[in-house]
Ligand binder design. Structure first.
Ligand SMILES: Nc1ncnc2c1ncn2[C@@H]1O[C@H](COP(=O)(O)OP(=O)(O)OP(=O)(O)O)[C@@H](O)[C@H]1O
Ligand code: SF4
Ligand SMILES: [Mg+2]
Length: 330
């Protein structure tokens, strides 16, 4: 299912030291939520990168920064080798959004209930100037619905969202993202609200789009098994930091970061021969408003050292395709 990595390939979209701090509370109770800190990632055409981590670790915030829905507190977004945040004009934002599309978790709220399927596809086609006449619009709607296997297309085009299943709605959402011929799709838990029996169909559809349309995917999920199946590379997030990145199979077979080891020890997977008692869980997830200067995993880590409590480890490259943020490897 995964594709071959070519080390010469240039990333299509890149996050460099991306950071997002939210300021909450009133004047007297002002707090800063350090949702994402110094996140680096690279997305490649025709490849899927999974982002996994516990709830609240900052996955959606990264996606929203990359989609330019949030303006990062710090860091850069590089699209096709250029700083995507430099040109703040409406035109530049429109172009960026046509190239970098997002699929949301909830297919029930992402479609407008008062409009038929064809309206949801027509809108981006019109806004981004992809079809100008009625006949061209109809042709493209037909192609898009075929692309996501909603056939007969003329029947699906006139359905309302409430007449579709969850999986069919997510297919419409994917068709809508495809309407503008994007280079990148950011998918924030695209199957987590769907029935288990139809999840695989949606993941397989995304894999076909990756292979046949060379789209780069960022796939956010809690489900490590699906990341292994669908993603070429997997990144692990903890308390706002991406702590490890590797080829999905390498990461699952041989997790390096103590947090990844903990995460995987909780996943029953007979094929991997998991050693379930290997990692000792100590302590609680830290509050993102009172993170200290040290490693955020220090209060749970069974291998914590004195310096972990006061200094944040930097990224250590273990190979061209593998890295980790932990003092054990420095
Ligand atoms: N707009 C916002 N204002 C203030 N805090 C926010 C905002 N958006 C997110 N946060 C906080 O940032 C942190 C990261 O949230 P985020 O939604 O990115 O996590 P997540 O990894 O996507 O979680 P989940 O798996 O539950 O979707 C959380 O503590 C969240 O409460
Ligand atoms: S840096 Fe220290 S506390 Fe953090 S994961 Fe590594 S060993 Fe554990
Ligand atoms: Mg989220």
């Amino acid at each position: 299912m995964v594709s071959q990595f070519n080390p010469q390939q240039q990333p299509i979209l890149e996050a460099r030291n991306l950071t997002m701090h939210f300021h909450t509370g009133g004047a007297l109770s002002r707090k800063t939520v350090k949702a994402v800190q110094q996140a680096n990632l690279k997305l490649y055409s025709g490849r899927v990168t999974a982002l996994v981590g516990e709830s609240g670790s900052g996955k959606s915030t990264i996606i929203r920064m990359l989609a330019r829905l949030y303006t990062p507190t710090d860091g850069q977004i590089i699209f096709r080798g250029e700083d995507a945040l430099r040109d703040k004009s409406r035109r530049a934002a429109l172009y960026y959004r046509s190239q970098v599309q997002m699929i949301f978790q909830d297919p029930f709220s992402s479609l407008n209930p008062v409009h038929q399927v064809k309206y949801h596809l027509e809108r981006p086609l019109r806004i981004h100037g992809k079809a100008r006449s009625r006949a061209a619009l109809n042709d493209q709607i037909d192609v898009l619905l075929k692309r996501v296997s909603l056939t007969p297309t003329e029947e699906f085009a006139v359905k309302y969202p409430h007449q579709l299943s969850g999986g069919q709605r997510q297919r419409v959402a994917i068709a809508r993202a495809l309407a503008v011929q994007p280079e990148v799709i950011l998918a924030d838990e695209p199957v987590s609200m769907l029935d288990v029996s139809i999840r695989m169909g949606i993941l397989n559809l995304m894999a076909v789009l990756r292979d046949e349309q060379n789209i780069a995917f960022l796939y956010v999920t809690h489900d490590i098994a699906s990341a292994r199946y669908f993603a070429d590379e997997t990144l692990v997030m903890y308390a706002g930091f991406i702590v490890e990145g590797a080829g999905s199979e390498d990461l699952i077979q041989e997790p390096k970061h103590p947090y990844t080891q903990l995460l995987l020890s909780a996943v029953p997977d007979p094929a991997r021969g998991l050693r379930t008692a290997e990692v000792e869980v100590v302590g609680e997830i830290p509050s993102l408003t009172s993170l200290g200067a040290g490693c955020p995993f220090a209060n749970r880590c069974s291998r914590v050292m004195e310096k972990c409590k006061t200094v944040m480890p930097s990224v250590t490259e273990l190979s061209p395709t593998r890295w980790v943020r932990c003092f054990l490897y420095e």
